[in-house]
Design a protein around this ligand. Sequence first.
Ligand code: FAD
Length: 383
Amino acid sequence: MANEWRLAPEGEALVETAGEIAAGVVRRSAADVDREARFPAENIDALRTAGLLSLVSARGVGGQGQGLRAAAAVGERLARECASTAMVTIMHYAAAAVIEQHGLEALRRDIAERGHLATLAFSEAGSRSHFWIPTGTATRTPDGIRLDAAKQLITAAGHAGVYVWSSRPSAAEGLSTIWAVPSGSAGLSTPRPFDGMGLRGNASAAIIARDVTIPESARLGEDGKGFDVMLGVVLPYFSLQSCAVSLGMMEGVLARTLSHVTASRFSYDGSRIADLPQVRGHVARMRLKTDMVRGLLLDALDAVEGGRADAMLRVLEAKAAGSETSLEVHDLAMRVCGGAAYRRDVGVERFFRDSRASTVMAPVTDALYEFIGRALCGMPVFG
Ligand SMILES: Cc1cc2nc3c(=O)[nH]c(=O)nc-3n(C[C@H](O)[C@H](O)[C@H](O)COP(=O)(O)OP(=O)(O)OC[C@H]3O[C@@H](n4cnc5c(N)ncnc54)[C@H](O)[C@@H]3O)c2cc1C
């Protein structure tokens, strides 16, 4: 569909470039990245070379000056071919958006001009998916701020140049404070490489911080006000981009399913799998569910950009709907592709495995249901 994202011409051109990269190097490397559980460095390099890592950086610091809508569109295009590459990219955009709003100019330029990769390092072994209550500490010392934490499942761990990092406040009241932590800081380690069921190219490993010293100027936002940064920037960026990645995966698996059912035949009479009305019904359901998520995502983007009263509700709904609908669509793909779906070369099983992650990526769907339910019942959403 022409400009389905309703972007201005510069944004549309950037998304087209992302689509070309997706259809080229990302498609070629996807199976290999998954099989070897290796970080898709060549894909991230291609995005960097095309200026797509600076997508959400302001023009004033050398970036492309785009926002959440373009970021979601790029994530969707990449996810049609490789969900790991898409997830690394959207984590970067979410982290870069925080740095754009709260970071020092030198760091903003590192991302915009030099294409440094950023990521969100929120989840911890202690607070698990409840990222808004970090247990890691930030202690004031004569040398600066000392960080100690056990982070879990951090995408692009060891590959990103900077982590947007949550901790308990260093002095103020409140639940959390956010920092920009250079990945080369002494005291940071990633004990084991990531060997996941899905999103195997993500490098979503644990990161341990022991006596890591950063300057106080690395703080992103006010001490103790991390939740405001999470709510104001991270939640809309991560949730809507996550929905876009689920959407791209649904498009990707539907395309592969249609190729399989229209090409595979029963040799006794030459009929195709697609000649079975049940199969056509299932692929129709896949299309409908995918289009429903696209409609909700576009409305959520409108709500956020327009400052609509229901914007937060739409953000929560879009993340939950994208994750859960994607599970249904990938289940249908496995069903109609039959035993062939188990074969790696058909390409459906990789999508199926990758599709499982979104539901358990924070905010997890069950927490989102609780937040949405609270809003519906007139209760404070976040307790
Ligand atoms: C592939 C992958 C990549 C990731 N990348 C990153 C990253 O880049 N940065 C980052 O910070 N984190 C990342 N994460 C971590 C992610 O955001 C979650 O924190 C993590 O997956 C939660 O796992 P857990 O076992 O700790 O969940 P738990 O907190 O143990 O939750 C398990 C289950 O308990 C239930 N539950 C938990 N809390 C609630 C609640 N409040 N209400 C209702 N039910 C609830 C849900 O059913 C939930 O699925 C990633 C995770 C994965 C799988």
